[in-house]
Design a protein around this ligand. Structure first.
Ligand SMILES: [Zn+2]
Length: 103
């Protein structure tokens, strides 16, 4: 380990400081695991707890179904408004161009 590299405690590789997430609580200012190890561990944890995660998500959706539906409806309406505004702007431009041509 040099000033620019840090040894990952998990994979044992000497890596650039940039390969580690900042952690002000650590003496060297970065996590002891490299980013790749954190990603791998998180992925593994998600796989191990897949059923738990899905069950929790399902419960959350069941509990918030109404709010979630309202949010979805509002998002669709906003998208529709944006599309209409775009068409409106386009037509205005065309009418303006047409008016110029008729002069
Ligand atoms: Zn690592």
């Amino acid at each position: 380990m040099t000033a620019e590299t840090v040894r990952c405690v998990r994979c044992g590789l000497d890596l650039s400081v940039k390969a580690f997430r900042a952690n002000p609580r650590k003496r060297d200012g970065v996590n002891s695991w490299c980013r790749a190890c954190h990603v791998a561990r998180t992925r593994q944890w998600r796989q191990e707890h897949r059923d738990e995660i899905l069950a929790r998500r399902r419960a959350w959706y069941a509990e918030h179904a109404d709010a979630e539906q309202a949010r979805r409806t509002e998002r669709q309406a906003a998208r529709r408004r944006a599309a209409l505004a775009e068409i409106d702007a386009h037509l205005r431009q065309e009418f303006a161009a047409e008016r110029v041509r008729r002069r």
